[in-house]
Design a protein around this ligand. Structure first.
Ligand code: OXD
Ligand code: MN
Length: 613
C-alpha cells in the first residue's frame, strides 16, 4: 500500500530514482502515509500542535518564551550512543581501530529486520535538506526519511529543508540518503495496535554509516545526535569520507570571525572535544578592548581550498544543538539571549510559570519546578532539574553574535586553526606549531584528562584526535595522512596551527586561567603572531609568548600564575611521548611517517631542554 501512497504524494518533478528510493523505504517500514516536507511555517506549526496534543511537546509560556517548546526523552535516550554507532565499510581496516566496524552485508540484514514494519501506524516524513547555503560550492544535499515529527521540526532549525533542496535534487545534484526510525511501531505484524507514547524509541539502537555507498541508517533513538542525520552522521562521518575523496576537510570545529582594532579581519576554526566550552568560545565576548568576535559556526566546519589557494570554511549547519546546563548570563549571555524565543528545549526543567531552568542558569534556583523526568523538583531534593546533556535547538541567526558572513556560500578564508583539550597540567595556555606537519601531530595527539594530574605526571589521557574520535568515517590514521596531503596542497597559504589549554590548574587544584571572555587574550596573541607583530620562544610544545607579550591588562593574575600556565616539565613530556608512541602503534603501519618524524623531533626538544636544565 505504501508504495502507492509514495508515488501519488510525491511533489511534481521529483526524479523517479528519488520516488523509487522513498517507495522502497516505505515498503520496508510500512508507514500509514508519506509526507514530503515543504519546510513551511504552516507545516512546522501543524507538527508542533500535533506533538503538543500527543504529549511529545509542552508549549512554554508564550509571554516568557514565545515560540518555544519542551520535550522530555526517556532516560535511556539522552545522548549519542557511541557503542551502537557503526562504520560499515567493506574492509574492517578502512574503519580503523577507533571505530566500531560491522560488515556491510551483515548490517544490511540486521537493518532489514529491525526496520521491517518499524513505521507501522505512523507517518513517514521525507525531508530534503541542504548542508550549507543552498547551491553553494561547498554545500551538499541529503534526504532524511524519519517517522519522528520531533526530528522534522528540529531538522528545520538545524539545516535548510524543503522545496529549495528538493528542487536542487530534482535538477540532478547528488544527495545522500539517510533513513531514521524511532523503532516504535504502533501496529504489530498481526494488526494489534498500541497507543503512542510521548518519547517513542527502542532499547535496541543502530546508528550506521555505509561510507562506500554514502548512506546512513539510524534506528531506535530520537536523540538529536543519533536522529538529526544531517549533523554528526552526514556532516562529519559521511562528509569526512567525501572530503578525503574530493580533497577537502569535514571537521568538528567551530568557526569565528574576528576583527582587530585596526580593522583587520581574521577567521579562526577550533576543534575541542565535548565538555570543553565550545559553545562559549563560539559566542565569545572578548574582554580586551577593540576586538570584535562574530559567530560563523559552533560545531562543524567544512573547509575547501578556494580559487585563491586558501582554505575556505563554511558552517554546514543552520542551527545550534547545544548543551543547556551551565549556560547563563555570566558564562554565555549571547547564547542565553538567543534562546529567548523559537527554541526547542529537550530534558531541561519546567518552572511553575511555564519557563525553562537548568543547573547554572541562575545563582538562585527556583523554589519548585518539574524536572526533566516530569517529577516535582525542589532545590533540596537531591536530583538535578535538567539532565546534564539536556539541549537547546535554535536557529543560528538568533545569536546576536552571528556574523554577516555566516551564510556566504564561498565560506570564509581560514587564518588560524586551534586545537584544544582539557588538561590540568603539561599543555601550556597557548603554543604555536612549528609547521603544518607539527600542527597535524598536535591535532592527532590531542587529549583530555580523566583525573587531575599529580606533579610531574599525567593522569589518564583520553586521546581525541582532532576532536573527531567518534566522528571520523574512516581509518583515523588515513585521516591524518589526508590532513598532511592537504597541507602540501595549501603550501604557504595554509592556516597557522595553535594548541590551547584553558584548563590548567595549580598544585592546589585551582584554575590558573579565568577562561570565558579572557580566552580572547591568547587568541589575540595568535593573531598578532600571524600578523608578524610579536616574536615567540621555541619550547618543547611549540612557540609560546615572550614574557610581556600576552595581553593581561586588567586581569587579576600574578606572574607566578602566568609562569605556571606556560611551565613545561621535560620529564612529564617524555612520559607523554612514550604514551604517544603506544597510541600510534595501535594504528600499525598506517601512521604517516611524517608523524613518527614529529614524535622524534618532540623527543629531541625534550632531550635538549633536559640537557639545558
Ligand atoms: C557533540 C555535539 O556531541 O555537538 O559533540 O552534540
Ligand atoms: Mn559536537
Amino acid at each position: 500500500m505504501c508504495s502507492d501512497v509514495t508515488s501519488v504524494s510525491a511533489p511534481p518533478g521529483v526524479p523517479q530514482s528519488v520516488v523509487d528510493w522513498v517507495s522502497e523505504v516505505a515498503r520496508l517500514t510500512q508507514p500509514d502515509g508519506v509526507h514530503w516536507c515543504d519546510g513551511s511555517i504552516e507545516e512546522r506549526d501543524r507538527l508542533y500542535d500535533q506533538m503538543v496534543a500527543g504529549g511529545t511537546l509542552i508549549k512554554l509560556n508564550p509571554q516568557l518564551r514565545p515560540g518555544c517548546y519542551l520535550a522530555r526523552s526517556l532516560p535511556s535516550d539522552v545522548a549519542r550512543v557511541e557503542a551502537r554507532t557503526f562504520i560499515c565499510s567493506e574492509l574492517e581496516s578502512e574503519a580503523g581501530p577507533t571505530n566500531n566496524w560491522a560488515a556491510p552485508d551483515q548490517m544490511r540484514q540486521t537493518l532489514a529486520q529491525v526496520f521491517s514494519g518499524s513505521m507501522r501506524g505512523r507517518t513517514m516524513y521525507v525531508i530534503p535538506f541542504s548542508m550549507g547555503p543552498l547551491g553553494g560550492d561547498i554545500s551538499k544535499l541529503g534526504i532524511e526519511i524519519t517517522d519522528s515529527p520531533y526530528v522534522v521540526v528540529s531538522m528545520r532549525i538545524m539545516t535548510r529543508v524543503g522545496l529549495g533542496p528538493l528542487a536542487a535534487i530534482s535538477a540532478g545534484q547528488p544527495w545522500v540518503p539517510a533513513v531514521h526510525s524511532v523503532g516504535y511501531p504502533l501496529v504489530d505484524g498481526s494488526g494489534q495496535t498500541r497507543p503512542d507514547v510521548a518519547w517513542p524509541c527502542n532499547e535496541e539502537k543502530y546508528i550506521t554509516h555505509f561510507p562506500e555507498t554514502r548512506e546512513i541508517w539510524s534506528y531506535g533513538s530520537g536523540y538529536g545526535g543519533n536522529a538529526l542525520l544531517g549533523k554528526k552522521c552526514y556532516a562529519l562521518r559521511i562528509a569526512s569520507v567525501l572530503a578525503r575523496d574530493e580533497g577537502w576537510l569535514a571537521e568538528h570545529m567551530l568557526i569565528l570571525r574576528i576583527t582587530g582594532p585596526n580593522g583587520r579581519v581574521f577567521n579562526l576554526c577550533a576543534a575541542f572535544p565535548s565538555a570543553c566550552g565550545k559553545t562559549n568560545l563560539a559566542m565569545l565576548r572578548p574582554t580586551i578592548p577593540g576586538w570584535k568576535v562574530e559567530t560563523v559556526g559552533d560545531d562543524i566546519a567544512w573547509m575547501r581550498p578556494g580559487p585563491d589557494g586558501r582554505l575556505h570554511a563554511i558552517n554546514p549547519e543552520a542551527g545550534f544543538f547545544g548543551v543547556a546546563p551551565g549556560t547563563s548570563e555570566k558564562t554565555n549571555p549571547t547564547c542565553l539571549h538567543a534562546l529567548s524565543h523559537d527554541t526547542i528545549f529537550t530534558n531541561v526543567g519546567l518552572t511553575d510559570d511555564g519557563d525553562v531552568w537548568w543547573e547554572g542558569m541562575t545563582d538562585q534556583p527556583p523554589a519548585h519546578l518539574i524536572d526533566w523526568q516530569g517529577q516535582d523538583w525542589t532545590p533540596d531534593c537531591g536530583r538535578v532539574a535538567a539532565h546534564p546533556n539536556s539541549r537547546f535547538t535554535v536557529n543560528a541567526a538568533q545569536a546576536e553574535s552571528i556574523s554577516p558572513n555566516w551564510e556566504d556560500p564561498a565560506g570564509v578564508p581560514v587564518d588560524v586553526i586551534l586545537f584544544g583539550g582539557r588538561r590540568s597540567s603539561n599543555v601550556p595556555l597557548i603554543s604555536e606549531s612549528y609547521s603544518w606537519e607539527h600542527g597535524v601531530f598536535v591535532g592527532a595527539t590531542v587529549s583530555s584528562e580523566q583525573t587531575a594530574a599529580a606533579e610531574g605526571t599525567v593522569g589518564d589521557l583520553r586521546r581525541d584526535p582532532f576532536a573527531m574520535l567518534p566522528f571520523c568515517g574512516y581509518n583515523m590514521a588515513d585521516y591524518w595522512a589526508h590532513w598532511l596531503d592537504l597541507g602540501r596542497t595549501l603550501g604557504d597559504q595554509a592556516p597557522r596551527i595553535f594548541q590551547v589549554n584553558w584548563f590548567r590548574r595549580d598544585a592546589e587544584g585551582n584554575w590558573l586561567w579565568p577562561g570565558f571572555g579572557d580566552n580572547s587574550r591568547p587568541i589575540e596573541w595568535a593573531l598578532r603572531r600571524i600578523s608578524g607583530e610579536v616574536a615567540a620562544r621555541d619550547v618543547i610544545s611549540g612557540r609560546i609568548p615572550v614574557p610581556g607579550d600576552l595581553n593581561v591588562d586588567g586581569l587579576d593574575i600574578t606572574n607566578a600564575q602566568l609562569d605556571a600556565l606556560f611551565e613545561l616539565d621535560p620529564k612529564a613530556w617524555a612520559y607523554e611521548a612514550d604514551l604517544t608512541q603506544t597510541y600510534f602503534e595501535r594504528f600499525g603501519d598506517k601512521v604517516p611517517p611524517a608523524l613518527w618524524d614529529q614524535l622524534e623531533q618532540l623527543r629531541q626538544r625534550i632531550a635538549q631542554t633536559e640537557a639545558e636544565a
